[in-house]
Unconditional design. Structure first.
Ligand code: DGL
Length: 256
């Protein structure tokens, strides 16, 4: 049975766990929400490297053999650092789905929603520049999205008006794909889709969440490293931890 650590600044990483659990339902998971330091979006690279190191040490101490950095901001800021610091532990990170959106767009415009930290990181900028030849990439911070999710506001007028502010510039620029570049945002996906449809009723707009691809990547890495998944009949488990408030994590966990 594999023991897998997952962490995020908050509850967002549960959108990744949800996809991982579909492929690997019988493993033991340890999830850490760094809620005392959430959000990561406006923090410096050094701060995020430090928090990611503390959490990784904790997960390794708990016996985790692999770690999923279920946070785009932490992946962009710290995954190279973590791989260097803990060379024997495989780290799986988030990758904004610019490539599939760029290949499939019909309007030639794709939108990316992410945190300020992700959008300015070279990891994201390199991916964008590699795949965006001949297309326009419009980026926007999902302003207030992390707070909505942490407060359990996943629908209704407040969620819709907050989401509209950040989605409107993408839709108004002609985007027909919206890439979710923050693991909190998939919990607002129904609202994002509703708002996008209201703003451009005649255009089909597809929202892409990279979490299923990250889950497949985890399965591949386990195979490469000869870490067996649990056989039929084993019971999977998840332990939830938080550096601060645990309530919002529990609340989102009940919804997935
Ligand atoms: N869930 C995070 C991400 O994927 C971080 C959000 C935040 O803490 O700002 O980027």
């Amino acid at each position: 049975m594999a023991k897998i650590g997952i962490f995020d600044s908050g509850s967002g990483g549960l959108s990744v766990y949800r996809e991982i659990h579909k492929l690997l339902p019988r493993e033991q998971y340890v999830y850490v929400s760094d809620s005392a330091y959430c959000p990561y979006g406006g923090r410096t690279r050094e701060e995020i490297e430090y928090r990611a190191t503390v959490i990784s040490e904790y997960l390794i101490g708990m016996g985790c053999e692999l770690i999923v950095v279920a946070c785009n901001t932490a992946t962009a800021a710290a995954i190279a650092f973590l791989r260097e610091k803990f060379p024997s532990v495989p780290f799986i990170g988030m990758e904004p789905a610019v490539k599939p959106a760029a290949l499939a767009t019909k309007t030639g415009v794709i939108g990316v929603l992410a945190t300020a930290g992700t959008l300015k990181a070279s990891k994201y900028l390199d991916t964008r520049d590699r795949f965006s030849d001949g297309i326009k990439v419009i980026e926007h911070v999902g302003q207030g999205f992390v707070e909505l999710v942490e407060n359990g506001i996943l629908e209704g007028p407040e969620a819709e008006s907050t989401v509209r502010e950040s989605v409107a510039p993408l839709v108004e620029s002609g985007a027909d794909f919206i890439v979710l570049g923050c693991t909190h945002y998939p919990f607002l996906r129904p609202v994002i889709e509703k708002v996008a449809a209201e703003l451009a009723p005649d255009r089909e707009i597809t929202v892409i969440d990279p979490a299923p691809a990250v889950a497949r990547q985890l399965v591949n890495v386990m195979a490469q490293k000869n870490i067996p998944s649990s056989p039929e009949g084993e019971e999977g488990s998840i332990d939830l931890y938080a550096s601060g408030d645990l309530e919002s994590l529990r609340r989102i966990y009940k919804l997935i």
